[in-house]
Design a protein around this ligand. Sequence first.
Ligand code: PHE
Length: 372
Amino acid sequence: MTDITSQTKAALSAIAAAESLEALETLRLETLGKKGWVSLALKTLGGMSSEERTAAAPAIQSSRASIADALESRKAALEAAALDAQLARETIDLTLPAMAAPRGSVHPVSQVMDELAEIFADLGFSVATGPEIEDDWHNFTALNMDETHPARAMHDTFYFPDKTDASDGKSGEREILLRTHTSPVQIRSMLAQGAPIRLIAPGRVYRSDSDATHTPMFHQVEGLVVGKDIHLGHLKWTLETFFKAFFEREDISLRLRPSYFPFTEPSVEVDVGYSNQGGRRVVGGHGDAPGHAWMELGGSGMINTRVLEFAGLDPAEYQGFAFGLGIDRIAMLKYGMNDLRAFFDGDGRWLAHYGFSPFDQPTLSAGVGARA
Ligand code: PHE
């Protein structure tokens, strides 16, 4: 009897002092476990006479009950303490940037579009957009390509089966198509805001064409400047200034080649000098120098007076220049990708390699091409 009482006392104080769930489990096994002394004591009751049992049982049973209660409350206390400690340890500061586990990346095309916007904003250009589902008036006619113009056939246009009514006061039905270039944004912007104007319009364009250097969807950036005394020198300076800032080097040589676009007159194609370095094309140096070559980046020219008229401006008062550059091309050249198709495969490994951190915002002060 005294034995049970003192054993119980000892067990209760050991349980109260247990510092861990493991220590508590050991104490449980020693007392209430199959071979614990309480369980063994309970078993002895079966071999006793009924008087002996009546005398011995209450002490053993109350010992078992009080030990079970003590184990349970100590367990609850230890678990609560462990949870508190975990909560204290795992506090998160939601104001910190999620740098610890970066997920996802900014596609090089998006990155280059941000770089373009940053550079041209510094030159006073705003960013305009237009619909990718266009009508043939904005995509062709107003750009001086009427229904019979051969340039229409060269655009490999995706047409929709339906036609639409001219909604803006112009007469007749219009074909609906996926815009083949960003130039219709010129028309929409001039019609909407008049002149003077200074904007870029980056976006998706579509042509039915597909091989290693052509995809049915690709990206262009349109540039448009209209004012009272804009001339070809402004175009050349703007392109040179842009490419120096974009490629972050001074030794850029541009070659402006006479060309033809229905919507510009005169028209010039824009080539940039580059060299091959370790299988990679690197911009810089004169394209005619030994080991160098020229790469075509886009078209440009002075806006055709007929286009100004279509867009509601008086060519006697206003003139301007426009350019259209392939964004994917200049991205490939700057960041060293060889295959255009990989841009649109959505392969996580390619994106992990060529993508940009969302925290790597292009700024003129930190460098528009800084990599994280
Ligand atoms: N829109 C032309 C193209 O896609 C490029 C261009 C734009 C040319 C503006 C001149 C002026 O080929």
